[in-house]
Each structure stands twice: as structure tokens, then as C-alpha cells.
Write a new protein. Structure first.
Length: 101
């Protein structure tokens, strides 16, 4: 059985590759306090479907490249881009090339 992990996509700038941030919580071996550790994995995304912020499940696979040993098995939650997060356009950009002539 292959290992599976859940995480959030933090980067999709590469072709067919995403960076997934996996957070795990565990008790400290001596003190017993709950500690959180974060790890980034490069995962193979064959169809370039993942966007930043998507919650995905990754599973272990054969080595695909020097850094990639994980594959996206399913997208559990898609990100909805809100209007407030989109870059604002200025009036010069909306008017077109007439301002540059």
C-alpha cells in the first residue's frame, strides 16, 4: 500500500508539477506538547488542473524526476477566486493603446 497525504497547493508555476504543503501535528516526545510540522512536496499534476489554494490528496509513486516522488490522486477542494483578490486595473489599461500613441 502506498502512502497518501493531504495538503494545500502553494505553487503551480512549473509545468505538470505543483508544490503541496502538508502539515502534521504530533506530541513532542519528551514534553508532550502538540507540535505542528510543515513539509513541502513536489507532486506530479499530469493535466495541470491544480490551482493555488486547492486541497489535494497525494500518493507516493515511482521517481518521476530528481525531486518528484508524489502524484496528485484527487482534488478534494477547489479554490474560488474572489473579486477582491484579483489585481485592480487602472483607467489607462482599460482605455487601450490610445494612451501610448
Amino acid at each position: 500500500m502506498r502512502k497518501t497525504k493531504q495538503g494545500v497547493v502553494v505553487s503551480n508555476k512549473m509545468e505538470k508539477t505543483v508544490v503541496v504543503l502538508v502539515e502534521r501535528k504530533f506530541p513532542h516526545p519528551f514534553y508532550g506538547k502538540i507540535v505542528s510540522a510543515k513539509t513541502k512536496f513536489k507532486a506530479h499534476d499530469e493535466k495541470n488542473e491544480c490551482q493555488i489554494g486547492d486541497v489535494v490528496e497525494i500518493s507516493e509513486t515511482r521517481p518521476i524526476s530528481r525531486d518528484k516522488r508524489w502524484r496528485i490522486t484527487k482534488i478534494m477542494g477547489k479554490t474560488v477566486i474572489k473579486k477582491q483578490h484579483l489585481p485592480k486595473t487602472t483607467k489607462k489599461e482599460e482605455s487601450g493603446d490610445s494612451a501610448t500613441k
